[in-house]
Design a protein around this ligand. Structure first.
Ligand SMILES: [Zn+2]
Length: 198
């Protein structure tokens, strides 16, 4: 019999910040809530949380991979993931417009395998302007992008509204800004800011 492993990706209780025990599903030692791991969709489940993942039908619309189109400058992006990946490209804007911008789903993720590795010098490009991954300008670019996504996509607003009163999490996300274009905290805090506008 094979034992299915549960990823240890919840560090603390998403509801109260308390310590978790994995036995085998995480259980909070402070508020005693349990978080069931759903092997099919690779998300944690509890009535008070929404774990965002493209493959999870209930939270797919909140994923960066979902095809919500929105504009930045004069470019129409088919997904947030396409926009984020385009920031790794320091080349012709026509390539962004014609080839990055229409991508969504796993295709938008997979372009990373042909792009230069931004992690080597921690630099990204916004319409040709070089920016530091850890700088304030990059943070502002993310806020502008999520703001535009919110304005353009009625479906995103509906999906966010539906989660009101629940804690949004992204258990498969990463935390180190030197390794990811968007940390779990950057992702969730942008969504939380937008949800408060509803
Ligand atoms: Zn708790």
């Amino acid at each position: 019999m094979t034992t299915l492993l549960i990823p240890r990706s919840l560090d603390v209780c998403p509801l109260c910040g308390g310590k978790l025990e994995y036995a085998p599903h995480p259980r909070c030692t402070a508020c005693h809530e349990t978080f069931e791991y759903d092997y099919n969709y690779k998300v944690f489940r509890n009535p008070n949380i929404v774990d965002i993942s493209y493959r999870n039908p209930e939270s797919s619309l909140l994923s960066n991979l979902f095809p919500h189109s929105f504009n930045i400058g004069n470019i129409s992006f088919a997904s947030m993931e396409a926009f984020l990946r385009s920031l790794c490209w320091n080349g012709d804007l026509e390539v962004i417009k014609n080839e990055f911008a229409p991508l969504f789903g796993v295709n938008a993720v997979n372009v990373k395998y042909v792009l230069p590795d931004w992690r080597e010098n921690q630099a990204l490009y916004y319409f040709g302007r070089k920016m530091e991954r850890k700088g304030d300008f990059y943070k502002r670019v993310l806020e502008v992008a999520y703001g535009n996504l919110f304005t353009y996509s009625h479906l995103l607003r509906m999906a966010l509204f539906k989660t009101k009163g629940k804690v949004l999490i992204h258990s498969i996300g990463k935390d180190n800004p030197q390794e990811t274009l968007l940390t779990r905290n950057e992702f969730i805090s942008n969504l939380n800011m937008l949800r408060e506008r509803l």
